[in-house]
Write a protein that binds this ligand. Structure first.
Ligand code: SAM
Length: 242
C-alpha cells in the first residue's frame, strides 16, 4: 500500500473526531496497524541497509532524521538545543509520546532525571527498547500505551515531548487532555504536528511546522516563511495565530 490519502478511510478532514465509540476503535486500530507495518525509519526512498535493531541500524536512522532537523533548526552542541533546555532536564521527569524507533528517546534519556517513552505499537516498543540497551540507557522505561488513555497518575511528569504523533491518533484532543492531566503544574509540553494536514507527504510533514502548547496553540508553517513572525515567549519558536 502506498502513502496515499485515498487509502485512509473514515474521515473527510484530518481534524474530524470519531462520531462514536465504534468509529473511534476502528480509526485507532487503523492508526496502530499502519505504524506496526510502516514504522518510522525514514526509509521511504532508500532502505536503512543494516540489520534491524543493530547499532548501525539506529545510527543510520538518526543520521537521516537529524540531518533533516539540522536544515531548519541548526544546533550548537546537541540536536534540538535551540528548543530543549538540556541543562535543566536532569531535574525533570520526562515523558515522550510516540517513540517510533527511538531517536528522540536516546537524546532525551541521556539528559533526563528519568525518561519514560510510550508508543501504541509493539514494534516501536521493541525497537526503542533494543536501542536503549545498545546505548547503555537501560533505566529508561519504554511502554506500549495509547496516549489517549495514559496509565499514569495525574501530575507525573515535568516535561512532555512528542514529535509527529498526536495528529495520527483517532482523537487528538483526547491526547492533549491527557498530556495536561499527567503534566505537573510547572511543567512544559512541546509537541510537533504538521501544519498543513498533508498527512501523506512525509518529507514535508517533517518540515511543516511546530505547535507549541504554551502560552497558546501556535505554529509556524515553514521556516523560510517565519523570519518575520514573533517568537513565542516560552519556547522561542516563531508563531502565527491561526
Ligand atoms: C510519525 S511516527 C513518529 C515517531 C517518532 N516520534 C519520530 O519522530 O520518529 C508516529 C508514531 O506515533 C505512534 N502513535 C500513534 N498514535 C499513538 C497513540 N495514540 N499513542 C501512542 N503512540 C502513538 C505511532 O505508533 C508511531 O510510532
Amino acid at each position: 500500500m502506498g502513502r496515499d490519502s485515498r487509502n485512509i478511510n473514515g474521515f473527510d478532514k484530518p481534524t474530524d473526531l470519531p462520531k462514536d465509540h465504534a468509529q473511534h476503535q476502528q480509526w485507532q486500530e487503523q492508526n496502530r496497524d499502519w505504524w506496526e507495518k510502516h514504522p518510522m525509519r525514514y526509509d521511504w526512498n532508500d532502505p536503512v541497509g543494516f540489520e534491524e535493531f543493530s547499532t548501525e541500524f539506529f545510527q543510520e536512522i538518526d543520521r537521516r532524521f537529524f540531518s533533516v532537523v539540522r536544515e531548519y533548526m541548526p544546533w550548537k552542541k546537541i540536536p534540538f538545543d535551540p528548543l530543549i533546555d538540556f541543562g535543566s532536564l536532569n531535574q525533570r521527569d520526562v515523558l515522550e509520546i510516540g517513540v517510533g524507533n527511538g531517536s528522540h528517546a536516546q537524546l532525551l534519556a541521556q539528559h533526563a532525571k528519568s525518561y519514560t517513552g510510550i508508543d501504541i505499537t509493539s514494534y516501536a516498543v521493541k525497537s526503542t527498547s533494543e536501542r536503549m540497551k545498545h546505548f547503555g540507557l537501560d533505566k529508561a522505561k519504554i511502554i506500549r500505551m495509547d496516549a489517549e488513555n495514559m496509565e499514569f497518575p495525574d501530575d507525573s511528569f515535568d516535561y512532555i515531548w512528542t514529535w509527529g504523533v498526536i495528529d495520527h491518533s483517532a482523537n487528538t484532543q483526547r491526547i492533549v487532555e491527557e498530556m495536561a492531566r499527567v503534566l505537573r503544574p510547572s511543567g512544559r509540553a512541546v509537541t510537533m504536528v504538521p501544519a498543513s494536514g498533508a498527512i501523506w507527504f512525509l518529507p514535508l510533514l517533517m518540515r511543516d511546522g511546530f505547535k507549541c502548547m504554551e502560552p497558546k496553540p501556535n505554529y509556524f508553517p515553514f521556516p523560510e516563511a517565519s523570519s518575520s513572525l514573533p517568537l513565542c515567549e516560552r519556547c522561542q519558536i516563531p508563531f502565527a495565530d491561526s
